[in-house]
Design a protein. Structure first.
Length: 157
């Protein structure tokens, strides 16, 4: 039992360290001009769907046809650029029938440079404390079960 406990502790610590390194690498990536967001509406369907994760490059140059994210005063909107007029950009969701109001370039968060399908629901689930707790308990339970099954089958450490 003591060996199993230490084996579990070692695995949990290794996983935690790996997670910390991953978070730091992602943090560095996002401090150099990138951020991510989870899509909440189908206005850009079929190109971008609900629960897709988008990677946004901050302070990018914009052209007609680019997909950008901007702040409209209440929400972050992600739509395609259909026209650029001096310091204003006009956008439209691919699934929408009408163009949006013009947006000042100052309100643009950046250009969408990558789309990761379906990952938003996983991020949202793991982002809650109870989900992380269940995830860690599941890992520990799986490792205990694996250890018990290995002993029953006669394998030795």
């Amino acid at each position: 039992m003591t060996k199993t406990f230490f084996k579990i502790c070692k695995s949990v610590i290794s996983f935690s360290l790996l997670l910390c390194v991953l978070i730091n690498v992602i943090g560095v990536y996002f401090t150099i001009g990138y951020r991510y967001a989870t899509v909440a509406s189908g206005s850009m369907s079929p190109e971008i769907n609900i629960n897709d994760v988008i990677i946004i490059h901050l302070n990018a140059e914009y052209e007609v046809g680019d997909i950008i994210s901007y702040y409209d005063g209440e929400n972050i909107i992600t739509h395609r650029v259909v026209n650029i007029l001096d310091d204003n950009i006009i956008t439209k969701g691919d699934a929408n029938n009408v163009e949006d109001r013009s947006v000042s370039k100052e309100n643009v968060l950046g250009k969408v440079v990558a789309i990761i399908p379906h990952v938003g629901s996983i991020l949202n689930a793991l982002g809650s404390l109870p989900a992380v707790f269940v995830y860690l308990i599941s890992i520990i339970a799986f490792m205990l079960l694996e250890d018990m099954l290995g002993k029953e089958n006669g394998s030795h450490e």
